[in-house]
Write a protein that binds this ligand. Structure first.
Ligand code: FES
Length: 115
């Protein structure tokens, strides 16, 4: 089961195109791409670094620790070295960005270091 959580008003989404928040116990990173907003688990699948301090370019999120790149739309690791990111459903309703995260708290292998 998942539940929808409010991230922010679309008008308040940061200019730099990314926003990290704790929602329902999950560390969620939302990025803006040419195709719209995408939500992923804010945890690199290599060594669990938070991805949110990394750069976002052309729809890809770059891990700040060792540079792994992930496609925001699908969570796919570009270049293939690591597992894909968990992605979350996202919707914009009445100008508000909402993300659906599992009702169950993230397990130890789904929490980023420092969260
Ligand atoms: S922790 Fe992300 S690339 Fe190593």
């Amino acid at each position: 089961m998942t539940s929808w959580h409010t991230l922010c008003a679309e008008a308040d989404f940061p200019e730099d195109g990314k926003l990290a928040r704790r929602l329902g116990g999950w560390s969620v990173l939302v990025v803006r791409t040419d195709e719209g907003y995408r939500a992923v688990n804010d945890r690199c699948t290599h060594q669990a670094a938070m991805l949110s301090p990394g750069k976002v370019r052309r729809g890809a999120i770059m891990c700040p620790l060792h540079g792994a790149r992930f496609e925001a739309a699908t969570g796919r690791c570009i270049g293939g070295a690591y597992a894909d990111l968990r992605v979350f459903d996202l919707r914009v309703a009445d100008g508000t960005i909402e993300v659906a995260v599992p009702d169950a708290a993230p397990g130890p292998d789904e929490r980023p270091v420092g969260a």
